[in-house]
Design a protein. Structure first.
Lengths: 682, 306
C-alpha cells in the first residue's frame, strides 16, 4: 500500500509488477509450469527429522505417453558411503567437503512412504532405484515410479507424495549445523522430461541424474506453494513470497510461501538469526522486497550485502532482463557453515557470506559473493540451463556477469580486507592491492586443458578442474567471444539470450546459435573450440634481439674481374641494425595473431603470423639509431582473455629488472623470515 | 628488568655474532629462492607489461601460476633441514659469546661451535619431552575451553579467521598461556646450553634436567623471558610493517626493500642472542661456576677473561 506513495516521494517510478503480493503471476504464466508442488512439511530440529507431503502436478509435454516418472531423492547422497556422491568425494572429486568428515550421527536420508494417485492407488510399491550414470549400485538418489495408466501426451497427472527424512549434517549446500538448517534439494523432486528439440534430444528423454559430488541441479518450472511448520524460535526464509504465518498451540509456527514460475524451492530455519528487510526500487524496474537472514553478530554486514544485491538487480534489470519476482531472500550462514552452504543459488533465494567485522565499507568478499549469487537469478534460475551437464552455462556466464556488475561499480579486490580483525594494521600494507575481478579467476596455467568446458560435471578429471573450467575458463571464453564481436554486440547477445531463453532450458548449441544470429557472424567454430575443445592460448614474444649489421666479408666481384677478398670489418656509426623477433603460439586456439614492432624512432610495424604456424620469426633491418626494435608485442591493444600468461605478450629490448627483483626480493625476504621463525624453535 | 636490559644490550652489541647468524639465515633463504631465480628472470627480465607493478598485482603474484607451471617453485624443506644443521652448529658459538664476552674472533666462534655441536644436538633432543609437556598444558586448556564454549586460536573453526572474530578476550588469554609455556621450554633449552658450556657438562641429559630445575625455581625469569620474546615480536612486527609500507615497482625500490628487510631479520637475530644472554645471566645469578672450558678468545697462556 505504501510502495507507490513512497516511490513517488523519492522520485522512482517502478515498472508494473509481474507477480502479485502472493507470488502469483499477473497475466499469462511466464513459464510452462511443467511440475508444480503443494508442499506441507513439519520440521523437528531436536530429532533432525522432516515429515512432509507434497501434491505434485506434472504435465507430460511430449507426444509420447509416459508411464514411468523419474524422481530425485537427493538427501540419500548423505545416507551412506555407498552413494555416488560419497564415493566421488572419497576419490577427491568434491567441490565442497561434504560427507568426508561425517561421524555416526551425521548421515541423513530421505524415504518415500506413499505415492497416491487421485483414485487412491498407491504406486509406492513400484519404486525402483535407478542409476542412469552407471556404477554405484548402492546409490539411492534417483528413483522411478510406474503408473498403472500412462500420462497421455500433453496430459497431466497428480500424485500425493508422503515422505520422511533425517536432515544430514551440513554438506554440499544442505543440512543442519547447530541451530541453522538449510533445506536444499530436500523433497522428492521430479526429473526433467526433455522433449525435442529441447537441448538436442531426438525423442522424449528423462534427464534425471544421480547426485554427484561436483554437480548442481536441473529442474522444470512450476508453481510452489509450501507450508512449513517449525518451532517458534526459528527464523524462516524461503523461495517465494511469505503468504501466511500462523502460531500453533503446540509452540510451533506455520509459515506459508508461494511462488509461480520457479524451478525449485529452498528454505532455511534458523534459531537465533537476525532478519533484515529492505526494498529495491529503481526507475522502470519492478520493485523487489529483500529479506536478509544472517547471524546476529554479523549485523554490520547487512547494509553491504543488501547494497550488492540492489546493484545486481539494477544492472541485471537494465542489461539482461528485469527481475520479475516480487521477492528475494538472501541467507548469510553462521561461521562454520559458510564453506558448505554459503554462496549458493536457488530461485528467489540465495546464500551469501557475512562477516562479523567487514573489511571496510565495501568489503569485496561480501559484495562479490552477493553479486554472483544474485546474478544467478538470471543465469540458471530464469535462464534455466542444465547445471549437471553444462555447468558453464550458469557458472561461466555468471562469472562474466559478476565481472560486469563489479566493474560497473568500480569494485576490485583488496586482499587486506580479508585479514582478521586486529591484524589489518600490521599485515594490511603487506597485502594491500587493487586486483580486478577478472584476474581472480584466470583461465588456467597451461595453454592446453584436460577437459572441454561443456562437459557433464562428474566427467571432469578432478573436482578442482570442474571449478576452474566452468568458472574462470568459461568466463574467459565468453570474454573471448566478446572480443570477437565487440562489447556492444555482445551486450546485445546476452540481452537477447536472457529474453529468449528465460523460463526455458537452453544448451551450449542454443547459446552459440543465438550469438551467431545476433552478431551476424558465425561464432560456432570459435565457440566450439572454446567450449568443446581443450585448446588454450599462450601467444608469446619469446625473443627480441638486435645487433648492428656488419659489412659483408668474403670474396666479391670487383669491376667484373676476379673475385677480391674483403676482410671482416666493423659497422660504423650510421650503419644498419638487424632485429629478430621470435613469436611463439603455445596453444592451439585458432585466433588470428598480430604482431606489432615498435622502433626506437617511434614508428611501428604490424604483421600477421600465418595461420597454422606455431612460431614465426620476424626480421627487420633498418638504419641506426632509429631502426632498433625496442618493443615487440602480440595482440597489440587487445589482449585475448584466454591467454594464460599475458605478461609474455610483450618483450622489450631493454631489460626490466624491476619485476624480477621485486619477486625475488620478496621470496628472499619471506625465506629469511621463515628461517628466522624456525630458528627460534631450534 | 635489569637482566632484560642487559640481555638486550648484549644482543645488539654482539653484532658480529648476529652477522654470523644472518649469514646462516641468508644461506638458507638463498637456497630456498635459488630454483626460482632463473625462472623469474626469464619471465620478467624483459617484460614491459609487468614493469612498475607491485607484488600484489595480477601481473606478478597472481600471474605466477603459468610462470611456475614448468617448475621453479621455491623449495622449502631441504633448506630448512640445512637450517637445523647450521643452527645446531652455531648455537655453541652464540652461547660462548653470551657467556664469555671479550673480543670476537671467527675462529674461536667456530671452534666453540664445533666443540659443543653434538652435546647441543643431544640436549635439544632431551628438551623435546619438556616441549611436549609444556605445550600439553595450553593444548589441554584449549580443549577444556572449547568444551565450555570459549574460543581459542587452537580450536577455532577455520572459517572464523575470515568470517568471525578470532581475537577475543578468551583467545588472547589462552595465547598468553601458550606463550608462557613456550617461553618456559625455550628458557630451559637456553639455560641447558649455557650449562653445557659453562660447566663443560658431557651428559646432555644432566644439563637438561638441571636447567629445568633452575628455571622452575625462578618463575619470575620465565615471565621476563616471555616479555623478552614479546618485545622481540613487537619490534619485528613494527619493522615488518615499516618494510611493507615501502613502494614497489622498480629495481631500486626492490633493493631498498631487501635492505630494510635485513634490518627486520637483524633485529630478530639480535633478540635471539639476547635470549641466550638472558639465560646466561640466570645461570650466573644462581651461582653457577665460571666457564670451565678454555677461552678461545685469548691465545694460550693469556689471562682468562670473564
Amino acid at each position: 500500500m505504501l510502495a507507490l506513495p513512497l516511490a513517488l516521494l523519492v522520485g522512482v517510478t517502478p515498472a508494473p509488477p509481474r507477480f502479485d503480493s502472493a507470488g502469483r503471476s499477473i497475466g499469462p504464466p511466464l513459464s510452462d509450469r511443467t511440475a508444480s508442488y503443494v508442499i506441507d512439511v513439519r520440521y523437528d530440529p531436536a530429532r533432525r527429522h522432516v515429515a512432509g507431503t507434497a501434491r505434485l502436478t506434472w504435465t507430460n509435454r511430449s507426444d509420447v505417453p509416459q508411464a514411468t516418472l523419474w524422481f530425485h531423492a537427493y538427501w540419500n547422497a548423505f545416507k551412506s558411503s555407498d552413494s555416488t556422491f560419497a564415493r566421488e568425494e572419497h576419490r577427491g572429486g568434491g567441490v565442497r567437503s561434504g560427507t568426508n568428515g561425517y561421524g555416526r550421527d551425521d548421515w541423513g536420508w530421505t524415504e518415500l512412504r506413499t505415492a497416491r494417485l487421485p483414485d487412491g492407488t498407491d504406486v509406492r510399491p513400484t519404486l525402483r532405484w535407478e542409476h542412469p550414470d552407471g556404477a554405484d549400485p548402492g546409490d539411492q538418489t534417483v528413483f522411478t515410479l510406474t503408473l498403472p495408466t500412462p500420462v497421455p501426451p500433453h496430459g497431466q497427472v497428480t500424485i500425493d507424495l508422503g515422505w520422511g527424512a533425517r536432515v544430514p549434517k551440513l554438506a554440499a549446500r544442505t543440512g543442519v549445523l547447530g541451530k541453522y538448517t538449510l533445506f536444499g534439494q530436500w523433497f522428492p523432486k521430479i526429473g526433467v522430461l526433455e522433449v525435442p528439440p529441447q537441448r538436442g534430444v531426438r525423442s522424449p528423454t528423462w534427464n534425471c541424474h544421480q547426485f554427484h559430488a561436483t554437480t548442481e541441479f536441473y529442474a522444470d518450472f512450476g508453481s510452489y506453494d509450501a507450508t512449513l511448520t517449525v518451532p517458534r524460535a526459528m527464523v524462516v526464509g524461503a523461495t517465494g513470497v511469505r503468504t501466511g504465518r500462523t502460531e500453533n498451540p503446540d509452540g510451533s509456527v506455520t509459515h506459508r510461501f508461494h511462488q509461480d514460475d520457479v524451478i525449485d524451492f529452498a528454505w532455511t530455519a534458523w534459531e537465533g538469526a537476525e532478519e533484515v528487510r529492505d526494498v529495491f526500487r529503481a526507475d522502470g524496474l519492478p520493485e523487489v522486497a529483500l529479506t536478509l537472514i544472517l547471524p546476529r553478530d554479523a549485523a554490520r554486514t547487512a547494509p553491504q550485502v543488501l547494497a550488492a544485491a540492489k546493484v545486481t538487480l539494477e544492472h541485471g534489470g537494465r542489461h539482461w532482463l528485469p527481475y520479475p519476482y516480487p521477492h528475494l531472500t538472501l541467507v548469510a550462514p553462521p561461521v562454520g557453515a559458510d564453506a558448505e552452504s554459503g554462496g549458493m543459488e536457488y530461485p528467489t533465494f540465495v546464500t551469501v557470506y557475512s562477516r562479523i567485522d567487514p573489511g571496510g565499507s565495501r568489503d569485496t568478499l561480501l559484495w562479490e559473493v552477493a553479486i554472483h549469487e544474485v546474478a544467478h537469478s538470471w543465469w540458471q534460475a530464469m535462464v534455466a540451463s542444465n547445471e549437471v551437464e553444462e555447468a558453464w552455462l550458469d557458472e561461466g556466464i555468471d562469472t562474466w556477469a559478476t565481472t560486469e556488475v563489479m566493474n560497473s561499480v568500480g569494485l576490485g579486490w583488496d586482499f587486506s580486507q580479508l585479514l582478521p580483525r586486529g591484524t589489518g594494521w600490521l599485515l594490511g600494507p603487506l597485502v594491500r592491492s587493487d586486483v580486478p575481478e577478472v584476474a581472480i579467476r584466470p583461465p588456467g596455467t597451461l595453454p592446453r586443458f584436460q577437459s572441454p568446458i561443456a562437459r557433464a560435471g562428474w566427467r571432469f578429471k578432478t573436482g578442482s578442474e570442474v571449478g576452474r573450467s566452468t568458472y574462470g575458463r568459461a568466463g574467459a571464453a565468453l570474454a573471448t567471444l566478446e572480443r570477437e564481436v565487440g562489447r556492444e554486440t555482445f551486450a546485445r547477445i546476452m540481452r537477447t539470450y536472457a529474453e529468449r531463453w528465460a523460463f526455458r532450458h537452453p544448451s551450449t548449441d542454443d547459446f552459440l546459435q543465438l550469438a551467431s544470429e545476433v552478431s551476424g557472424k558465425d561464432l560456432r567454430p570459435l565457440g566450439n573450440a572454446l567450449f568443446r575443445g581443450t585448446s588454450g592460448l599462450d601467444d608469446a614474444v619469446a625473443e627480441l634481439r638486435c645487433s648492428p649489421v656488419a659489412p659483408a666479408w668474403g670474396f666479391f666481384d670487383v669491376d667484373g674481374g676476379t673475385p677480391t677478398f674483403r676482410p671482416r670489418g666493423q659497422s660504423g656509426p650510421g650503419g644498419n641494425v638487424r632485429c629478430e623477433v621470435l613469436v611463439e603460439r603455445r596453444g592451439d586456439l585458432p585466433l588470428p595473431l598480430e604482431v606489432q614492432l615498435t622502433f626506437a624512432d617511434g614508428t611501428t610495424l604490424r604483421q600477421m603470423v600465418p595461420p597454422g604456424e606455431i612460431w614465426s620469426r620476424f626480421t627487420t633491418e633498418r638504419p641506426l639509431p632509429g631502426g632498433r626494435v625496442t618493443l615487440a608485442e602480440v595482440h597489440p591493444g587487445s589482449r585475448p582473455p584466454m591467454d594464460t600468461q599475458p605478461v609474455n605478450d610483450a618483450r622489450s629490448l631493454d631489460a626490466t629488472p624491476g619485476p624480477a627483483l621485486t619477486m625475488i626480493g620478496w621470496f628472499l625476504y619471506a625465506g629469511q623470515l621463515l628461517a628466522a621463525a624456525v630458528g627460534s624453535l631450534l | 628488568m635489569r637482566p632484560l636490559r642487559d640481555a638486550i644490550g648484549v644482543g645488539f652489541r654482539e653484532w658480529r655474532t648476529v652477522a654470523v647468524l644472518l649469514v646462516v639465515n641468508w644461506l638458507v633463504a638463498l637456497l630456498m629462492v635459488a630454483p626460482s631465480v632463473p625462472v623469474l628472470s626469464a619471465a620478467f627480465g624483459h617484460a614491459p607489461l609487468a614493469a612498475g607493478r607491485p607484488l600484489m598485482s595480477s601481473q606478478l603474484l597472481l600471474g605466477l601460476g603459468p610462470v611456475f607451471a614448468g617448475g621453479g617453485v621455491p623449495s622449502v624443506l631441504a633448506p630448512l633441514v640445512l637450517l637445523v644443521v647450521l643452527q645446531t652448529l652455531v648455537v655453541g658459538g652464540v652461547v660462548w659469546r653470551a657467556c664469555a664476552g671479550g673480543p670476537f674472533r671467527l675462529g674461536a666462534f667456530l671452534g666453540q661451535s664445533g666443540r659443543l655441536v653434538w652435546r647441543n644436538a643431544r640436549l635439544y633432543l632431551w628438551s623435546l619431552p619438556l616441549l611436549v609437556v609444556a605445550l600439553g598444558v595450553p593444548i589441554g586448556l584449549a580443549f577444556g575451553m572449547k568444551a565450555i564454549g570459549l574460543p581459542t586460536l587452537l580450536t577455532l573453526h577455520g572459517e572464523a579467521w575470515l568470517f568471525g572474530r578470532p581475537f577475543t578476550v578468551a583467545s588472547v588469554l589462552h595465547l598468553v598461556v601458550l606463550v608462557l609455556a613456550f617461553a618456559l621450554w625455550r628458557l630451559c633449552l637456553d639455560v641447558g646450553r649455557v650449562l653445557l658450556f659453562r660447566d663443560d657438562l658431557r651428559i646432555a641429559r644432566r644439563a637438561a634436567w638441571r636447567a629445568v630445575r633452575l628455571v622452575v625455581r625462578a618463575p619470575r625469569s620465565v615471565l621476563l623471558y616471555a616479555l623478552l620474546g614479546a618485545l622481540a615480536t613487537l619490534v619485528v612486527i613494527l619493522l615488518v610493517r615499516a618494510r611493507a609500507m615501502l613502494p614497489e615497482g622498480t629495481a631500486g625500490l626492490a633493493l631498498l626493500a631487501l635492505a630494510v628487510g635485513q634490518v627486520v631479520v637483524w633485529a630478530r637475530l639480535a633478540f635471539q642472542v639476547a635470549g641466550t644472554r638472558f639465560a646466561a645471566g640466570l645461570v650466573e645469578a644462581s651461582g653457577g661456576a665460571p666457564p670451565a672450558v678454555e677461552d678461545l678468545t685469548e691465545p694460550p697462556g693469556a689471562e682468562r677473561t670473564g
